[in-house]
Design a protein around this ligand. Sequence first.
Ligand code: ATP
Ligand code: MG
Length: 339
Amino acid sequence: MTDPTFTPRVFSGIKPSGGLTLGNYLGAIKRWVEMQEDPTYETIYCVVDMHAVTVWQDPADLSRATREVAAAMLASGIDPTKSILFNQARVPGHAELGWLFSCVARVGWMNRMTQFKDKAGKNTEKVSLGLYAYPALMAADILLYHATHVPVGEDQKQHVELTRDIAAKFNHDYGVDFFPMTEPVIEGPAMRVMNLRDGSKKMSKSGESDMERINMLDDADTIAKKFKKARTDPAALPTDIEGLKDRPEAKNLIDIYAGLSECDAADVLRDFGGEGWGKFKPALAELAVEKLAPVSAEMKRLLDAPDELDAIMKQGAERASEIAEPILSRTFEIMGFVR
Ligand code: ATP
Ligand code: MG
C-alpha cells in the first residue's frame, strides 16, 4: 500500500439535496453509465448525503431524496453488479479522512472556491462551517478509494483540482507517494446545463424556482411548459456555432438537445438553423420526454420498493468499506496515530 500501483478507479457522487435535474442527468449520471461499461475502470458511485446537510435538510426530505438519487442512478443504467453504489453515511471513513484532510488543506485554498461564494452569497457569516469545508470532505470521498478519475460537471472542476492539491501536500509533507493525482473527467456538450430562466447561472436542484430546471420526475406537460417558458432572445436559431456567441440561453437549449441526442451543437444547428423557437422548443420537449420518460417510470417503481433500494445501498457500502479500510488505516499509520 505504500507504493500503490494506481489502477484506474472512478468515483463520483450526487448530493440528495432535492429532486434530480436534467443537469445532473446529462452532466453526471449519463456519463457514469458510460464509464461503468468501459472495462478499463472500476466504478464507485455514491449518494453523498453528508454533503447535503451542509445546508438545512428536513430529516424526512433527506431520507426521501437519498432514495430518489439512488433510484435515478439505477433507473439510468447503473448496475450494482458492475458498479459499487452506496450512500456516504454508511461508510464512516469518509468523515474520518475528511477531518484529516481539513488539517491538510489551507484556509487560503478554501477562500478561492468559487462555489462557496456562489452558494453563500452575501451570507458568509451565517452559513454552516460545513458548507465552507465541504471540498475537504469531497477530497476524502475521492481519495478514500484512491480514485484516479472523477467524472463531474464543469462546476466541480475546481474541487477536483483542490483534491489534487491536498493529495500532493499530504504526499510531500509525509514523504510518501500514497495518494494519486486524480483527473477530472469533463467532456461533452452538456457539461454545464444552464438555468432555463437565466443563462448565466447553472441549473441546480436546489435553485429557487422550479421553472428554472427540468426535474427527472417531471411529467411530459411540465417539461413542455418549462421549455416553452424558457428564456430566449427573439432571433432565430443560427446556422453555425459562431452564431451562438453572446446568446447564452440559445446556446443552452441547443447544448441540451445535443446532450440528449448524443450529437454536437453543430449537428443540431444543421437541422434547426434558421428556424424559430416556436419550432425548436416543442422538438426539444419531445426529445426530453422521450429520453426521460422510461427513466422516471423506473425511478417511480424503485421508489415504491424502498427495501430493495436500501438493500442495494447496504451491500454497496460493504464493498466500498473493503476498499476504504486499508487505505484509511495506512493514512492513520503514515501520520503517526496510535490506534
Ligand atoms: P445543489 O444545488 O444542491 O448543489 P446540484 O444540482 O449542483 O445540486 P450536485 O449534487 O452538487 O448537484 O452535483 C452532482 C453532479 O451533477 C456533479 O457531478 C455536478 O458537476 C453535476 N451537475 C450539477 N449541476 C449540473 C449542471 N447544471 N450541468 C452539468 N452538470 C451538473
Ligand atoms: Mg452543486
